[in-house]
Design a protein around this ligand. Structure first.
Ligand code: AMP
Length: 115
């Protein structure tokens, strides 16, 4: 847990978030500024700054992050239409919150190009 991290505060219930899933490893909540009808963030419960800080021992955790996203996509009814999973990393990647998070975005046709 990082005292200054907004996502750590949502995970610990210190601040209110629209949490839709919790388990021992990850928490999922709705993005405060959704860019599509479904916009969910799935985050590890442990504070990890970015993909750059991941270690080999985090591979199971990161796999769980993705399979949780797939389950939530099904729950949201967007698995057939499709969706986008994004993990921004660092300044050039557009990362603004430095706690690893996977964006699950869907419910509309995605636009291209991504960059
Ligand atoms: P990124 O730019 O990839 O770091 O994404 C950070 C995301 O966190 C943005 O889409 C923000 O809208 C979202 N966000 C920031 N603060 C909150 C919050 N308190 N609750 C939910 N989502 C948030």
């Amino acid at each position: 847990m990082s005292d200054s991290c907004i996502f750590c505060k949502i995970i610990s219930n210190e601040i209110q978030g629209a949490v839709i899933h919790r388990d021992e490893q990850v928490t999922a909540f709705r993005d405060i500024q959704p860019v599509a009808p479904t916009h969910i963030l799935i985050v590890p419960n442990r504070h990890i700054e970015s993909v750059n800080a991941l270690e080999g021992s985090d591979e199971q955790l990161m796999g769980h992050l993705i399979t949780t996203a797939a389950k939530l996509a099904k729950k949201e009814g967007i698995e057939q239409g499709g969706y986008r999973l994004i993990m921004n990393t660092g300044a050039d990647g557009g990362q603004t919150v430095f706690h690893v998070h996977l964006h699950l975005i869907g419910g509309q046709m995605m636009k291209h190009p991504m960059g």
